[in-house]
Write a protein that binds this ligand. Structure first.
Ligand code: ATP
Length: 249
């Protein structure tokens, strides 16, 4: 039969005191699909991401990864199931070198990654794989610098390198373009475009142009609720999306 979808979210909700941050969101990400989630500040995108990544427990609804219910599973076992993710607030080791950050990420990660490292045997292979990952993301020249010396854009690239080096089966990106310059955005866009098409990606992004340019399907949310899901063209032309993004209210 057909492979289970990478991700199925059903009726997901999160309430913080009196605030319904996410209200009954459902979505499905097929194997190899790239989906964007857009919406204005406070729409609930980050809360949705945190529930899917396992940082925050939902108030209602369920989350399935590769056909398994992970609604009540914490982040570490989700990583072992193959979740690679970035962090909106940086999770980097500031005083360590760029390479050592990637090596730390390479040693942890999914069961797939650990199986890979077992076949490779040596710690030196962790280093080699980490170097190759930095090369492929254009960070070769930064390998031995400390994270504190990186630009904001390079830090975001490094976070993606750390998510990818664990050989994830699904990649969750949390507003990767936040705070980036136009040039850094272009680099990031190319980096994401060049990722393997077999890797399913959920991209949470405030920047509508970036999100629509990189994904097969997009969901727009506002005030915790679903507004529309469709192709980038359908979402771009949706009257409510136009109102939200052009401020015509
Ligand atoms: P942004 O683009 O600004 O990150 P967002 O779409 O990611 O916005 P969320 O950060 O998910 O939106 O916030 C959705 C709503 O939930 C907001 O009203 C926010 O104030 C509220 N909220 C989020 N986290 C918490 C929390 N830990 N405690 C209380 N309220 C919260």
């Amino acid at each position: 039969g057909a492979a289970a979808p990478a991700l199925v979210v059903t009726g997901l909700g999160k309430r913080y005191g009196g605030v319904q941050a996410v209200d009954g969101i459902s979505l499905e990400l097929a194997a190899g699909e790239r989906m964007g989630v857009i919406g204005p500040n406070g729409a609930g995108k980050t809360t949705l991401f945190k529930m899917i990544a396992g940082d925050v427990a939902p108030t209602t609804g369920t989350i399935e990864l590769f056909g398994r219910d992970v609604t009540h599973m914490s982040t570490a076992p989700r990583a072992r199931l193959g979740v690679g993710r970035t962090f909106q607030v940086s999770n980097l080791f500031r005083d360590m070198s760029v390479l050592d950050n990637v090596r730390v990420a390479a040693r942890g990660g999914s069961s797939k990654a650990r199986a890979f490292w077992r076949t490779q045997g040596m710690t030196d292979d962790v280093t080699r794989e980490s170097i190759l990952m930095l090369d492929s993301l254009g960070l070769t020249g930064r390998r031995d610098d400390t994270v504190a010396d990186l630009s904001h854009g390079e830090k975001r690239q490094l976070e993606i390198a750390m998510a990818l080096v664990s050989h994830p089966s699904i990649l969750l990106l949390d507003e990767p373009a936040a705070g980036l310059s136009a040039a850094e955005r272009a680099t990031l866009r190319q980096l994401i475009e060049e990722l393997p098409r077999t890797l399913p990606i959920l991209l949470i992004e405030h920047d509508m142009t970036l999100a629509l340019g990189l994904t097969d399907r997009v969901m727009c949310m506002e005030n915790g609720r679903h507004v529309v899901t469709g192709t980038p063209d359908e979402v771009r032309e949706h009257p409510t999306v136009k109102e939200i993004y052009l401020g015509r209210r």
